[in-house]
Design a protein around this ligand. Structure first.
Ligand code: HBI
Ligand code: FE
Length: 274
């Protein structure tokens, strides 16, 4: 996602300089709340069975299952828990702006929701992906600290020509991360997994994906497809593992920038299957 997709769906005409728009929660039509409830209803059994404990506890604290949540209300809860807040955006925003928001503990959340005829697949993240997928993990302190430190590295990565490895880290560990909570007990915390019924089943029960022990150098070299189920998932043991990568990240980003990328789905001799 170096540039932004050509055809963006949101209304970018009235964005502020920082890429944000007001949510206008009061103006959300009942149909959109009904779509949200239907998406929650479909995912709830999969979340119970396959979502990480910290993610499930976060979702419960957000109390957001009966209607599209008001970002101002959620921000008050998040601030008290991990210092994060939410800002509305029309959809994907320029990378530099995105990183700046993360560095300031502001998570950009798309303000529109998919149509009823798009329940299973969407080419751009909507509010269900951004909020239901990403926000519960922001209640977990180590993950919340990791994401802020990740955003703070954006400017450095851009200056070092290392935005691609940085984007790979986000893709694999924020969008598609798995966690092994007990030996052999794998669960998901990645937003791209938990906001999609198909991806949740594939990631946790499919027999085709590779599931590999998280290794920062491997992840930073691993290219990915944005329009298909993931062929490879990376598994952490706990969220502090992610935060621990941040200290070495400036060095690793430069190394990964010059290293040979690993094509999506390919194996690497150093891989440790989980
Ligand atoms: N913008 N709103 C929004 N949400 C994202 O997840 C996002 C983005 N812009 C860029 C981007 N993600 C990716 O390039 C990340 O890898 C940074
Ligand atoms: Fe996302």
């Amino acid at each position: 996602m170096d540039g932004l997709p050509a055809t963006l769906r949101g209304d970018y005409a009235r964005t502020a300089a920082d890429g944000t728009v007001p949510q206008r929660h009061h103006a959300i039509p009942e149909q959109d709340h009904a779509t949200w409830r239907e998406l929650v209803r479909r995912q709830r059994p999969l979340w119970q069975r396959h979502a990480a404990r910290a993610w499930r506890e976060g979702l419960a604290r957000l109390d957001c299952e009966d209607a599209i949540p008001d970002f101002a209300v959620t921000s008050e809860k998040l601030r008290a828990l991990t210092g994060w807040s939410l800002v509305g955006v029309p959809g994907l925003i320029e990378e530099g702006l995105f990183f700046d928001h993360l560095a300031a503990r502001r998570f950009p959340v798309t303000v529109w929701i998919r149509r009823p005829d798009e329940m299973d697949y969407l080419e751009e993240p909507d509010i269900f992906h951004d909020f239901a997928g990403h926000v519960p993990a922001l209640t977990e302190p180590a993950f919340a600290d990791f994401l802020q430190a990740y955003g703070a590295l954006g400017a450095h990565a851009r200056a070092a020509g290392a935005l691609k490895p940085l984007a790979r880290l986000y893709w694999h560990m924020v969008e598609f991360g798995l966690i092994e909570e007990q030996p052999g007990e794998r669960r998901a915390y990645g937003a791209g997994i938990l906001s999609s019924a198909t991806e949740t089943v594939h990631a946790l029960t499919g027999d085709t994906p590779r599931r590999l022990r998280f290794d920062p150098m491997r992840v930073l070299r691993s290219d990915y497809r944005i329009d298909d189920l993931q062929p490879t998932y990376f598994v952490i043991r706990d969220f502090s593992e992610l935060f621990a990568t941040v200290r070495d990240l400036p060095t690793l980003l430069a190394w990964a920038r010059d290293a040979e990328p690993i094509p999506p789905g390919d194996a690497d001799p150093a891989d440790r299957a989980v």
